[in-house]
Design a protein around this ligand. Structure first.
Ligand SMILES: Nc1ncnc2c1ncn2[C@@H]1O[C@H](COP(=O)(O)OP(=O)(O)OP(=O)(O)O)[C@@H](O)[C@H]1O
Ligand SMILES: [Mg+2]
Length: 467
């Protein structure tokens, strides 16, 4: 008898729990459904039923009640799905599906609509990204121009060539030696400079950048070294602190060093040698402790030869050399870079973008990227803006110059390219010719080129030629 009373008590308790759960779901107006291991509905919230215009759903297969549901798959696979877009009754909702397990066995699954309209989702993500921007803005006001924003982890790419650049950067970060970063425009010179600073013991001190090409040469000296009160007409009456002094204890990035006027080069050399600065108009010197990183896309060796850059300054800067590879020589990295940039830009624009199609990636891989990663960044941003209702970047979202086969196969040798880039262009051309002349036979092509077969494979991979 007592057993029966206990059982009735348990059933009552169980019914109360269900009632309580239903009330919670209904009052919060959540769209929620639960299914058993056969994907039959065991529970559905009032709001969801009203939206679907259904009433008696308990025991029915979920696929008969909810359009495009995947709960029947989730009870089979046991894999949760979060943030997926589902089309129901012409609405695009964002759904979450979670398997329920007991003693390691799947006993059912629950589905919840996270955003009832994808527009709500967009609005929320836009709001978040605006808030993040605001925080960034105030951070910059509090610490203007003195922040290194990127670390080694922000450098995307697993190719051998970028890996070795990252290793040089990590080693450079352990010392105070001057670093010269060279590479074509948009290859990540500034990003590497930030990363070196952030990995160094100076990371909590300022990171100050000055672009030697953007400042008129007559002002560059005062920007770099500052001036004392009343040193020249038009000067601020309180004098000015130069960038070297604001970088004290930290790192200074002399960007576009190739554009530094010849006359200033000797003053910079003195600063590097003596580790002290002299403000304009002053006879006193001040000791400074600044790590110097210089960068340029110009060919400094050529400039030295032509008498446009001081040889002694060149050697003083070129203590650790970081030569960044052009994007066209690390095609293996294009897919991961493109997806990294897609996520980053989509987040900034507050647009939801699921991915990039395989065909679109192929097009990116066969283009020559004269503007390197900056150009890739621009192309991805442009294509995200062209998306309309697509959630995936497709070939037609790219500008037509990317399809132009001539731009991908014939690389022009430009004066501004480094010796290494020029050699690589010739090397790629010779490899392609050797392969064509030997009907694609790699052993014969390697023999003609006078290199080993493994070395040919390595180079073909680097140039994005199918092996
Ligand atoms: N390996 C990388 N991974 C991720 N983003 C990268 C990488 N390299 C470059 N970028 C991005 O590409 C853009 C261009 O990089 P950066 O400004 O560092 O190039 P740069 O070599 O200084 O170019 P320029 O010579 O035109 O000044 C930046 O937005 C940067 O964050
Ligand atoms: Mg730069």
């Amino acid at each position: 008898m007592t057993d029966k009373i206990n059982l009735e008590k348990k059933v009552k308790e169980y019914e109360n729990y269900i009632e309580m759960l239903n009330s919670i779901l209904d009052t919060t107006n959540e769209w929620f459904v639960a299914v058993d291991v056969d994907a039959r509905i065991t529970m559905m919230s009032k709001g969801y039923k009203e939206f679907l215009k259904v009433t008696n759903v308990i025991g029915k297969p979920v696929s008969e009640v909810i359009e495009n549901t995947r709960l029947d798959k989730v009870v089979k696979t046991g894999i949760k799905e979060v943030g997926q877009i589902q089309e129901i009754k012409d609405n695009r909702v964002v759904a979450m599906r979670i398997p329920i397990k007991k003693d390691d066995k799947i006993i059912g699954a629950i589905g919840k609509v996270m955003f009832k309209d994808i527009e709500d989702f967009y609005a929320l993500s836009k709001k978040l990204s605006n808030l993040e921007k605001e925080v960034d803005y105030y951070k910059k006001i509090l610490n203007p121009n003195k922040q290194a924003n990127y670390s080694i982890d922000d450098i995307i790419g697993e190719s051998e060539i970028i890996d070795s650049s990252k290793n040089v950067a990590i080693k450079a970060a352990k010392t105070d030696s001057t670093v010269l970063i060279t590479g074509e425009s948009g290859t990540g010179k500034e990003l590497f400079a930030h990363a070196i600073h952030n990995a160094s013991k100076r990371k909590l001190s300022p990171f100050v950048k000055i672009n030697c090409a953007a400042i008129p040469s007559e002002l560059l000296e005062s920007e770099l070294f500052g001036y004392i009160k009343g040193s020249f007409s038009g000067a601020n009456s309180d004098g000015k602190i130069g960038k070297f002094q604001s970088a004290n204890g930290g790192t200074i990035l002399l960007d576009e060093i190739g554009d530094m006027p010849f006359s200033l080069q000797s003053k910079l050399l003195r600063v590097l040698q003596d580790k002290e600065i002299e403000k304009i108009g002053s006879n006193d010197t001040e000791k400074i402790d600044v790590r110097v990183i210089a960068s340029t896309n110009k060919n400094l060796e050529d400039m030295v030869k032509n008498g446009k850059f001081r040889e002694d300054l060149y050697y003083r800067l070129n203590v650790i050399r970081l030569e960044l590879p052009s994007l066209r020589y690390r095609k293996e990295d294009i897919e991961s870079l493109a997806n990294y940039l897609r996520k980053k830009i989509a987040e900034r624009l507050g647009i939801y973008v699921e991915g990039i199609s395989k065909e679109a990636i192929k097009i990116l891989e066969s283009y020559s990227w004269p503007g390197n990663i900056r150009e890739l960044e621009n192309i991805i941003e442009r294509s995200i803006n062209m998306l309309d209702s697509d959630l995936i970047i497709l070939p037609h979202h790219f500008p037509s110059r990317l399809y132009d086969s001539t731009s991908s196969s014939v690389f022009k040798i430009e004066d501004s390219m480094t010796l290494d880039s020029k050699i690589k262009i010739i090397e790629e051309k010779m490899i392609k010719e050797a392969l064509a002349n030997n009907n694609g036979n790699k052993s014969d092509a390697a023999k003609v080129l006078g290199i080993s077969r493994p070395s040919l494979y390595k180079k073909m991979k680097m140039y994005g030629l199918s092996v």
